[in-house]
Design a protein around this ligand. Structure first.
Ligand code: ZN
Length: 96
């Protein structure tokens, strides 16, 4: 028998969230938008991304320079902690 996501559709890969009677199973797509996973990843992205941007590009930004390559470097810097946080949350939530 195939397990089902909290949204009702069958899913091969499931992730468990909550505890006690409030446990819910989610497929990958719905696990990625689980509110706690999303909130934690966005917070980590804001904090760690800002620190890394200051460390790596702070001298340029403080000097008033904004070279074109920062248009992709800064978003990439923020996306790394977001991905790490999301991956970690899903890794510990995966149902085996
Ligand atoms: Zn789902």
């Amino acid at each position: 028998m195939q397990a089902h996501c909290v949204r009702g559709h069958p899913a091969g890969l499931l992730f468990r969230f909550g505890e006690g009677a409030a446990i819910e199973l989610r497929c990958l797509r719905h696990a990625l938008v689980q509110p706690q996973v999303l909130r934690t990843a966005l917070t980590m992205s804001a904090v760690v991304g800002t620190i890394l941007t200051i460390i790596n590009q702070g001298n340029l930004l403080a000097g008033g320079h904004f070279p074109a390559q920062l248009a992709w470097k800064i978003p990439l810097t923020y996306s790394v902690p977001y991905c790490v946080s999301t991956f970690s949350a899903l890794r510990i939530s995966r149902v085996r």
